[in-house]
Design a protein around this ligand. Structure first.
Ligand code: SOE
Length: 384
């Protein structure tokens, strides 16, 4: 077997995302054997020495650190993977870029636009390779949707609709802030469902249908006060529990987006539907191997929505997995993102979405927040 080039990873953060990314690094070599590079799990970092040791043992990291700055300063690390809560993204990314490290950053890129701008400036100045983990792009059915749209089969696009619905914060006794619940603290997360859930929808939407020009939005915080885990006190809730907006895309189509953590019965229902002049597409994360497709050119008496089981060898990524007809899951989107990142090291091409692209999503999020506050339409500044 020929020697592979190494991409030595330093992972910062050991929560849910630390696990999904690590799983991607571990599995990529077995399923994408032709890649020139292999990830090496060099070091993992978290403030809690005991927990980070246990994580390293379980997942196979060679060493541990409790101070993220050590990861940045180590010569035996090529790429820094940022899986911390959002309030650390910018500081770590800027330091990593200055140290010449490649950066893989969990979404959303930052808490706000000013912060993401500093991150874009830092990677541009340093010229380091970078990507942001908007993982849903890399599910085969979503990638197939991209191929269908790019082939022009839909014709002119009229409507783009997306939802991301959850129900895990309905209980008024759920505390906010601190470990496991930082997503409910705007000081740490930047926003609520807007940054956590709608950012996924916005990223996919602009990738599939081009830039969002302007927005009008509303947000709501249903439970106004909760105990904060870190202070033990009842404090104002500062995140958006629900956020919806309508928009114009630059291509003239109309968009409708909704996200909430108060949709009883839905755990992670991400759906989108796109209606074009000639055809429509829809997709549902709960049935992620399927893409629904309606083609108006079909023979009239047989016309109807077809449900494409995106598991054949000629579907995106699927020749790397089992045999036709056997599905894959959520975790594979991360394996695919690692594979695409490694491939981009071979080709010298960018691995989308880059910081610069994720910054466009940040622009839309900022405009949504401003519009929800002011009650008026806001331009996003996204021009293409
Ligand atoms: C929140 O519950 C969350 O885990 C997000 O943070 C992820 O980005 C999303 O993919 C699933 O939901």
């Amino acid at each position: 077997m020929s020697e592979k080039k190494q991409l030595r990873i330093g992972l910062i953060g050991i929560g849910f995302m630390g696990r999904t990314h690590t799983n991607g690094y571990k599995r990529v070599g077995d399923f994408f054997p032709a890649l020139e590079y292999r990830p090496v799990l060099k070091a993992v970092c978290s403030r809690n020495a005991e927990k980070v040791k246990a994580f390293a043992e379980q997942w196979g990291y060679e060493s541990t650190e409790t101070d993220w700055k050590k990861i940045i300063s180590r010569d035996d690390i090529d790429a820094v993977d940022i899986c911390t809560p959002n309030d650390f993204h910018a500081e770590i990314a800027i330091a990593a870029a200055a140290a010449g490290k490649m950066i893989l950053c969990e979404k959303p890129l930052a808490r706000n636009l000013a912060e993401s701008q500093t991150m874009v400036d830092a990677i541009e100045k340093a010229g380091v390779k970078n990507t942001v983990w908007y993982n849903y792009r890399r599910l085969p059915a979503v990638m197939l949707a991209k191929q269908i749209i790019d082939s022009g089969k839909l014709g002119r696009i009229f409507h783009y609709r997306a939802n991301f619905l959850q129900d895990w914060t309905i209980n008024a006794n759920l505390p906010q802030g601190g470990e496991g619940l930082w997503r409910m603290d705007a000081a740490v997360a930047g926003s609520g469902v807007l940054g956590d859930l709608l950012s996924h929808c916005i990223d996919t939407a602009m990738w599939l249908n081009g830039g969002i020009k302007d927005v009008t939005a509303m947000t709501e915080t249903f439970i106004k006060e909760r105990v904060h885990q870190l202070t033990g006190k009842v404090q104002e809730v500062t995140i958006d529990d629900a956020c919806s907006f309508i928009c114009h895309f630059n291509n003239g189509s109309l968009g409708l987006f909704e996200s909430t953590r108060y949709a009883r019965g839905h755990k992670a229902l991400y759906t989108f539907e796109i209606n074009g002049e000639n055809a429509s597409i829809r997709w549902d994360l709960h049935d992620l191997n399927r893409l629904e497709y309606f083609d108006n050119a079909d023979q009239s008496d047989l016309k109807g929505w077809r449900s494409i089981h995106v598991t054949d060898g000629d579907h995106p990524y699927m020749n790397k997995w089992w045999v036709p007809g056997l599905g894959i899951g959520y975790e594979h989107s991360f394996v695919h993102q690692v594979a695409d990142f490694l491939k981009s090291l071979e080709t010298g091409e960018k691995c989308s979405p880059t910081f610069t692209e994720a910054h466009q999503t940040q622009k839309v999020c900022e405009a949504v927040q401003e519009s929800a506050k002011s009650g008026s339409w806001k331009n996003t500044g996204v021009n293409d």
